[in-house]
Design a protein around this ligand. Structure first.
Ligand code: MN
Length: 344
């Protein structure tokens, strides 16, 4: 039989001489003969099929060690090995794809350019016309928007302030979305315990992390969202009258003037351990949020709220207009009010 030089064999097998030298060195495909003087390698024509199979297996990424294990075997066994190899690869790829998604999510959250929105906001807290003290609290910065309405005597003012302070102290930077809500739930639980027996307070707040907004809500303070000209109330009042309305026992219009309309069924520091309503939202440029206490929402109707919010003006002017509306309506209660504009 005529032996082929490495160059001729490489052409026949569509491989490079360099690849053939590697396959020789790793024991995958030893040449049929080696010239003892020159060191030249020679191959048998029958080795071409084997060389092509090795090349194909290399092309699909199979490691040399795996190829060695099957190189001399029958086609059915090679096929089984290829299938097993590919199952392993795709399983790893799927796992890595999941990791990639999580990593990209994490990077986009930490990268201000990718996830940054800005918040322009203003907060006001006014004592009502017929009130001697104010237990409401309002707070706004670019990370936290909050209103709280305290009750139960003078300690109510401390309770509403304490509730907002607890949220100011929360560091959410490293949290996942799920972690964010868990942190909020446990903060609220701790506050609730601390206040029990001393005072009660509502708490309605938005915490921002990147473009994600976490909503936490207990009581009858509210969040409204103005988006695309539509005003929607994002929170559900935890009041006795709202429960009656929900069960069809009270007309919504009658609830507005009901003597028990301020009776809370959920508040921080109340007789029973409280659970907050929690939600995650995405901030969109152009959105305008209103957070307020019942001192505004009980006396200024929805149409007037919407008109004030859609009107021109920065958050500071809008907050002033809303307070003015409550005062014009007699301001029987204290007024806490936050307006925040989302922009990019
Ligand atoms: Mn109030």
């Amino acid at each position: 039989m005529e032996l082929l030089t490495i160059g001729a064999f490489a052409r026949a097998a569509k491989l490079t001489p360099r690849a053939l030298r590697l396959y020789d060195e790793t024991g995958l495909l030893p040449p049929a003969a080696v010239d003892p003087d020159s060191g030249y390698r020679f191959y048998e024509p029958g080795q071409v099929r084997q060389a092509r199979l090795i090349a194909d297996l290399r092309r699909i990424g199979m490691p040399l060690s795996d190829i060695s294990a099957v190189a001399g075997q029958a086609p059915a066994e090679v096929a089984a090995a290829v299938e097993a190899y590919w199952r392993r690869e795709t399983a790893q790829t799927t796992a890595r794809a999941r990791q990639v998604t999580l990593l990209l999510e994490d990077l986009s959250r930490r990268n201000p350019i990718m996830s940054e929105i800005t918040i322009r906001s203003a907060a006001r807290c006014e004592t009502g016309e017929v009130r001697e003290s104010n237990q409401d609290a309002a707070y706004a910065d670019d990370r936290l928007l909050a209103v709280a309405d305290g009750g139960g005597g003078p300690a109510g003012a401390q309770a509403s302030a304490a509730a907002i302070d607890a949220l100011k102290r929360l560091d959410l930077a490293g949290d996942t979305a799920a972690g964010l809500l868990t942190a909020l739930a446990s903060t609220v639980g701790e506050l609730d315990q601390e206040l029990r027996g001393t005072a009660i307070t509502t708490l309605t707040a938005i915490l921002r992390r990147g473009s994600q907004l976490a909503l936490v809500h207990i009581g009858d303070t509210r969040v409204y969202l103005l988006r695309g000209g539509e005003l929607s109330q994002l929170t559900h009042d935890h009041t006795w009258v709202q429960g009656q309305v929900d069960h069809g026992k009270l007309d919504p219009a009658a609830a507005i003037t009901h003597p028990q309309r301020a009776l809370l069924v959920r508040a921080l520091g109340g007789p029973n351990p409280v659970e907050a309503d929690l939600a995650l939202r995405t901030a969109l440029p152009g959105d305008r949020y209103l957070l307020c206490s019942d001192g505004l929402s009980a006396v200024v109707d929805r149409a007037a709220l919407q008109a004030a919010l859609t009107g021109p003006g920065a958050p500071g002017e809008t907050v002033q207009r809303l307070v003015d509306l409550a005062v014009e309506a007699g301001a029987p209660d204290n007024i806490a009010c936050v307006v925040a504009d989302i922009a990019n």
